[in-house]
Design a protein around this ligand. Structure first.
Ligand SMILES: *[C@@H]1O[C@H](CO)[C@@H](O)[C@H](O)[C@H]1NC(C)=O
Ligand SMILES: *[C@@H]1O[C@H](CO)[C@@H](O)[C@H](O)[C@H]1NC(C)=O
Length: 383
């Protein structure tokens, strides 16, 4: 028994140290300021086992993404970073993104995926990059075309390039001919119920996110947008009247540094822009044309040191038509930033119970957006 005692002591000691480490790690995490979306899943140390719980954490116009989970959900793991647009191989992202039915896509390891052509994402698909570093770049990048119930989470998307007309494999193995693409990180075309959360988007040829052609019910949250001229376009073009019904929530994003304009630019439709951090701009932060309604609420605007201090921009104000609503409530302005309001209507989002969420004070937004962008999640602890 002389050998057993020190052994028991050693195992007791290691258990003790493990517990101390465990509680320390937990407490560090609990002390981190967490926003309303992150709180819903990031405190779960076992989030890897419960990945699909993320779907119920969305807020704003996308509502809860419950159509992405539940019975029959296919779990697909990307193991191969290569890309063949006409004949996608099993194990590649393109193959998984085209699977019919509910599909929850994860990535086996850190990888860089260089897209050869536009990547179409079909309905009921979640791209979940948590736990690894996934970089996507190349030609045209991600397009959600005539699809609904799509989650894009935890990806780095950058250096997306314009592409001429091309053919790619679409859903049900059909080859589709697509027109030219401008080179946006993510583009929605007639899409609905889309949640774009915790992605890092930068340096693309055209824009970082375009919501176009009758797309609606979209939430853009916790993303980090940087190093870009045209950041986010909501509404196709001035002639596209169907975008009158567009509803987008832009919440808890970090814009900057080095963003020029369109954070967002809105045509027609309605945008609730809330609890975002604006780290400067060159031309403007929030703007639009064609009588959109924008409610800017509890954002933190830091104007650039020199140059334009005005947050807002309007193109072609038509004084004969209904007055534009650019409404600011409880925003925080630093460095002389200013917001020119138009219209008297407060432009309420009128969220339903699934969509509404508590709005934080503008002064806390720096904290609450401090982990915007793709998260670095360790294997064992919280994200
Ligand atoms: C958008 O969401 C509303 C509910 O908030 C729903 O009534 C409407 O049908 C949705 N539109 C689309 C195109 O999904
Ligand atoms: C940000 O969060 C930290 C840690 O919770 C806290 O100490 C600090 O006071 C917060 N700052 C603001 C401006 O809220």
């Amino acid at each position: 028994m002389k050998i057993g005692a020190p052994f028991r002591f050693a195992s007791f000691l290691s258990l003790f140290l493990f517990l101390i480490f465990f509680f320390f790690a937990q407490n560090v995490c609990l002390a981190k300021p967490m926003n309303v979306i992150d709180k819903c899943w990031r405190r779960d140390t076992n989030w890897r086992e419960h990945r699909q719980r993320l779907a119920k954490c969305s807020v704003g116009f996308a509502g809860k993404m419950t159509n992405n989970i539940g019975k029959g959900t296919i779990r697909y793991k990307v193991t191969d970073p290569s890309d063949d647009p006409l004949d996608p191989k099993p194990g590649t992202l393109r193959y998984g993104a085209l699977i019919e039915g509910k599909t929850w896509i994860t990535f086996k390891k850190n990888m860089k995926i260089t897209l050869q052509k536009v990547l179409l994402i079909s309905s009921n698909t979640a791209l979940d990059g948590r736990g690894v570093g996934v970089h996507i770049e190349g030609n045209a990048c991600l397009v959600i075309y005539k699809a609904s119930n799509v989650i894009i989470h935890g990806l780095h998307i950058h250096h997306c390039k314009a592409q001429g007309p091309s053919s790619v494999m679409g859903p049900r193995g059909k080859i589709m001919s697509l027109g030219a693409m401008d080179g946006d990180a993510i583009r929605l075309v007639t899409a609905s119920e889309v949640w774009i959360d915790h992605n890092t988007l930068y340096s693309c040829q055209d824009g970082l996110l375009d919501v176009t052609r009758g797309s609606t019910n979209v939430t853009v949250s916790n993303n980090w947008f940087r190093n870009q001229d045209k950041v986010m376009l909501l509404g196709h073009d001035d002639g596209y009247l169907r975008d009158r019904g567009m509803k987008v929530t832009v919440v808890l994003n970090h814009f900057g540094p080095n963003c020029n304009q369109r954070m967002p630019r809105v045509r027609y439709g309605y945008a609730h822009v809330v609890n975002n951090l604006y780290q400067g701009w060159t031309q403007y932060a929030i703007g639009g044309s064609m009588n959109p309604s924008i409610k800017s609420e509890s954002n933190y605007f830091i104007a650039p040191q020199s140059g334009k201090k005005e947050v807002t921009w309007r193109k072609g104000v038509d004084h004969n038509s209904k007055p534009w609503t650019f409404y600011s409530v409880n925003d925080y302005f630093e460095n002389g930033a200013c917001f020119e309001e138009t219209g008297k209507d407060e432009a309420k989002p009128n969220y339903d119970d699934e969509q509404k969420f508590p709005i934080a004070e503008a002064k806390t937004v720096k904290n609450l957006t401090s982990s915007a962008g793709a998260l670095k999640c360790s294997r064992t602890l919280t994200c």
